[in-house]
Ligand binder design. Structure first.
Ligand SMILES: C[S@@+](CC[C@H](N)C(=O)[O-])C[C@H]1O[C@@H](n2cnc3c(N)ncnc32)[C@H](O)[C@@H]1O
Length: 193
């Protein structure tokens, strides 16, 4: 995606902002966050047919009430030959932005885009099993235990996250069975010419 942006391609950051994957990405978001270029809905993209060379989409499809419709909108607005990188949570706690409707297994994620007409070039895990377990435990602690435990839990999160969770995921994420307890999976998809 970085290469496409560098070559002057039109790349949509679906649900992008405030984070900006590349300075030339056009971020579209339902909310007017910082770095959002277009305020719009993924279910009804305010874009003409076949105008995009690429799409970058991180952690957005779990927030869409009709993910099939949004996948079809991506298909409509991408040029033949265009590619998209989409990553979506599988094992993560409920989070808003502004709502949270579903998570996807690696197969559900893949089928979502195949149904819309895309070819799946690659599919895998981008955030690993240790992170999945850590975020579920952290959400449990912050949601259901007394407030006085939250500060020590924050300190523990920082230490355990850096010393154990990240190194463990560097080892677990490349495993072929990482999808079983993955935090987030990705697909690299293309629209055939
Ligand atoms: C978990 S955040 C991810 C933000 C960003 N992609 C990142 O990785 O930092 C989900 C984003 O999806 C946006 N969003 C939710 N529903 C949307 C919709 N229907 N159309 C476009 N964006 C939407 C939210 O406003 C929020 O910014």
């Amino acid at each position: 995606m970085v290469g496409l942006c560098d070559q002057g391609g039109v790349v949509l950051g679906l649900g992008g902002g405030p984070s900006q994957a590349h300075p030339r990405i056009l971020n579209l978001n339902i909310a007017a966050h910082e770095n959002v270029n277009v305020v719009g809905d993924a279910h009804r993209l305010p874009l003409p047919d076949g105008c995009l060379d690429g799409v970058h989409c991180e952690a957005v499809f779990e927030h869409l009430e009709d993910p099939n419709l949004a996948a079809s909108e991506l298909f409509r607005t991408m040029k033949p030959g265009a590619i998209a990188y989409v990553c979506t949570p599988f094992i993560q706690p409920f989070h808003g932005y502004p709502s949270h409707f579903q998570n996807f297994t690696h197969l559900g994620h893949k089928r979502l885009f195949e149904r819309a007409g895309f070819q799946v070039e690659e599919c895998g895990v981008c955030v690993g099993p240790a992170w999945a377990v850590a975020t579920i435990v952290a959400a449990f602690v912050f949601q259901y235990t007394p407030r006085l435990l939250h500060w020590p839990a924050r300190a523990a999160w920082y230490v355990i996250g850096n010393l154990f969770v990240r190194p463990l995921d560097r080892w677990l994420t490349p495993r072929p069975d990482a999808y079983v307890v993955a935090s987030t999976t990705y697909v690299l998809i293309s629209k055939s010419r």
